[in-house]
Write a protein that binds this ligand. Structure first.
Ligand code: C2O
Ligand code: CU
Ligand code: CU
Length: 479
């Protein structure tokens, strides 16, 4: 089948929000889509890699006229793409040249918490670099790095602190899908901003407790981007890196997009669709096949009715490779029959947002799960349908599998590993989650202002050896 709807409840789409800001085409010439370079290791052996990730302020020429003051990782805006090879050990030096503390959160990487994970409890102060060491051991996936200082995650990400972090493995490399970074395998980071006087961004002026948005689509940091397609097949790795915006994506001519991966890696089988909605922090990889186009044609990517990226079709060689019918084994262990079922209730909108009836507490452990055990988590959004919002629920500490939506089967493209799942108003989504590393981990709505506003909690993944292990948690008021 070819799916031609967005799956989610229309009545909860962000454009029903009173503060909704529609996308508009910015009045400036088209520019080549920015493809971040790949971060070069400082040093490398067969088993270990040393990297430096440097959060820095800068200025970026985004639109004609004045440069915009921005933040980035190893560049002035967003970041160089980090590539991890599953099986290797990484020694990452975290440097901060910003005027304030930040953290480096590996969203989607399976690493111990709370310090390596880089959530709220892992500050890196200006001028005081830290080194973290971890082994990457998970299937190939599109993960990402973003800042996560609570409650200023929205502020940091809005300034530009977000970057792609790919995990590679041999299985994914062996598949007949595009692998040439920047040529036929491209990152597409979806964000939106408002350009104020002198082309500056102004988070405080644009602040909305239901999520900060702007009218201009910013794709990999490019306004009005176009990309030259030189191969018949193009792999597009989407990341919704916006603070609040959902993107309802479709292509001109209703060109079919074949989804091959979600947050945690390859789907069990490819899924074909003409419409796809991505919510905050989700990733999705698609193969686009331009076989019916010829040099000189253009294919446009839209979100709702606004064009956000143009593909300029160039000469390409015919490519008859077929996608495999099975992409990956995504089986996931079932919980034991008497296992505890965790409850997560996301309620409210605006300043009233809460998780399980409370606002986030930095020093409070809200839930516990044993290392290595699979358990169900029931995630409920108690917003009512009309005027309620979709809340994209995210868990640190690994990937889960979606079991059901209100007791029914998940959407057809939700059968792979996920770390973020959008929950409709009034709906309960059941996921099964297993942690492979111990530590304290956050779980929250990924509308970043909801997370900063307290729709967040934290759990401890405990071990038999040390069930009550104490971590040096950071109190909010030390910020
Ligand atoms: Cu994308 Cu708590 O993170
Ligand atoms: Cu995360
Ligand atoms: Cu939310």
């Amino acid at each position: 089948p070819i799916y031609d709807d967005y799956f989610f409840n229309k009545s909860a789409y962000d454009y029903h929000d009173g503060g909704y800001i529609p996308l508009e085409v910015y009045d400036a010439p088209a520019q080549p889509l920015n493809i971040p370079s790949i971060l070069k290791p400082d040093k490398e052996t067969d088993t270990d890699v040393w990297l430096t990730v440097h959060a820095q302020p800068g200025e970026t020429q985004i639109v004609p006229g004045a440069k915009t003051k921005t933040w980035g990782y190893n560049q002035s805006l967003l970041g160089q793409t980090i590539v991890f090879q599953s099986g290797k050990t990484y020694h990452v030096t975290l440097k901060n040249s910003l005027p304030e503390l930040t953290t480096f959160h590996w969203h989607g990487l399976d690493v111990p918490g709370p310090f390596i994970d880089g959530g709220c409890h892992a500050p890196v102060y200006p001028g005081e670099p830290k080194e973290i060491t971890f082994k990457v051991n998970q299937p190939a996936a599109t993960t990402w790095l973003h800042a996560h200082p609570c409650p200023l995650t929205g502020w940091d990400v809005w300034h530009g602190l977000a970057a792609m972090a790919y995990v590679k493995d041999e299985h994914e490399e062996s598949l007949p899908i595009p692998h040439n970074y920047g040529i036929d395998d491209i990152p597409v980071i979806l964000q939106d901003r408002r350009f104020h006087e002198n082309n500056q961004w102004d988070y405080d002026a644009d602040y909305d407790p239901d999520g900060v948005a702007g009218p201009t689509a910013l794709i990999n940091g490019t306004v009005n981007p176009e990309f030259d397609v030189t191969t018949q097949k193009l792999r597009v790795r989407f990341l919704d890196g916006a603070n609040r915006r959902e993107w309802r994506l479709h292509l001109s001519d209703d060109l079919v997009m074949t989804q091959v991966a979600s947050d945690g890696g390859l789907l069990p089988k490819p899924v074909k669709m003409t419409k796809f909605m991505i919510t905050c922090a989700e990733r999705a990889e698609f193969i686009l096949d331009f076989k019916d186009y010829k040099a000189g044609d253009k294919v446009t990517l839209y979100s709702d009715d606004t064009p956000i990226l143009t593909f300029n079709i160039k000469e390409f060689a015919a490519d008859n490779t077929e996608l495999p019918a099975t992409l990956a084994d995504t089986s996931y262990p079932d919980p034991e029959p008497d296992a505890h079922i965790h409850q997560v209730v996301m309620s409210g909108t605006d300043e009233e947002v809460m998780l399980n009836g409370r606002k986030f507490g930095m020093m409070r452990i809200d839930d516990r799960q044993e290392l290595g055990k699979s358990e169900y988590w029931d995630i409920t959004n108690t917003n009512d349908c009309c005027g309620g919002m979709l809340h994209p629920y995210h868990m640190h500490g690994g990937s889960f599998q979606i079991v059901s939506r209100d007791g029914k089967a998940p959407y057809p493209n939700e059968l792979g590993y996920k770390d973020t799942v959008s929950v409709n108003p009034g709906e309960t989504v059941r996921v099964k989650m297993r942690f492979n590393y111990e530590g304290v981990f956050m779980y929250h709505c990924h509308i970043i202002e909801h997370e900063d506003g307290g729709m967040m909690a934290q759990m401890q993944v405990w071990t038999k050896e040390e069930p009550e292990k104490k971590y040096d948690l950071m109190a909010m008021d030390t910020l």
